[in-house]
Design a protein around this ligand. Sequence first.
Ligand code: HEC
Length: 390
Amino acid sequence: MRRSIKTALACGVLLLPGLPVAAQTTPNPAMNSPDQLAWQFFIQVNTRAGGSNALFETWASDSDTFKVNPQFPTTPAPLALHEPAVPDAGRVALQRAGKLLPAIPPGKGALEESRRNKESFDFIVQNNLYKVSGLRAAFGKTISFPVGAMEVKANWMLVTDIPDFSGGKVTLADVPKLYHVNTGADGKQYAFVSMHIISKAVPNWTWATFEHQFNPSRCDIIGCRDSFGAQTSPVGPNSQAKQGYPDCAKTPALKAMIAAADWDPAFANYCLKGSQTDFTDATGLDVRLGNSVTEDGFVDQSSCITCHGRAAWDSKGAATSQAGFDDNGAPLGPIQPSWYWSFSSQPPIFQGMSGLAQIATSADFVWSIPFCALDDTQTPPKVNRNCKGK
Ligand code: HEC
């Protein structure tokens, strides 16, 4: 399976099962059949990798990456879970702008971890992008990850919290059958509830997010869309929040892919919520995509590609926004030149014009770089406070 995906990607084509050979290939699957590619990636990253681990659980976490001597893990480690940072950053930004009343404490906690494959890890380390001195040195350069780079962000919840979270749809005894379960560093059992997957198969990355079928807010606010794997697509949002959605019954094409997968069978209980290939649609409307767990509290203003397009650092190596948020909340639509340039005249703004000065360097959409970089301008080097506990 893994090899065939790599081969397909290397050729830039995707083989569609059941079609005659002549009609078999889709050029540029990342753009033309993103939902299908998203499922291929979901199966790839969740393929068995020894013990109870899926492949992504053997990849490098943020704490393996943003430290004095970054190490790609050689032996399986427990889940690198921590409190999610993004919804909190959003709450702080909105409070500062007077738009949100003082903290509604975040809901009963899903914990989080991000992990990256070797291609992605090596690129960050070889270019010194894991530390502030390296970000300063790379200021003004164009950062571009290799096409094989992949990163994921996963959310997990205590197994004992699942019966309640699922609205009573799952008994405690059934959690290990219906959810992928693994052990945290605290020795407790956690159930996998959500996953973001990004890959550098196209220059602006591919963006997709998955949820367990019983996540109570799975299609709330923005609905769910899976034109490849779901028999019903789109699924509109319920009028009331947290009521749950019908199973994402799977198409024969997806069932065939799943039948060939070597993974924990519990992974078949997850749904593709959607994928994102651009900033706006062809009519200029902002494209939104957000996960009910990972982007909890701001799904209505979540655009993966836009917020990640704001991942940048200044000449001092510091992030130029608070996890992408500003006083209006999370950014939607195209990347704004004002995030990257100062200019003395009115638009149009263009490269090479006089009075244009660069104020930020793009992290090529990888937020953890400006968010987590080790501060090695201090002695001893200081782990970024955003990444403590990661
Ligand atoms: C409002 C901003 C924002 C939005 C919207 C957002 N993210 Fe992120 N994302 C971040 C930040 C900040 C981090 C790094 C900190 C952390 O790990 O929480 C991150 C981390 C990640 C990572 C780990 C790799 C990395 O870039 O550090 C992945 C993968 C990811 N996000 C995918 C997605 C996907 C897919 C979506 C849309 C469904 C999305 N994100 C929506 C801000 C955002």
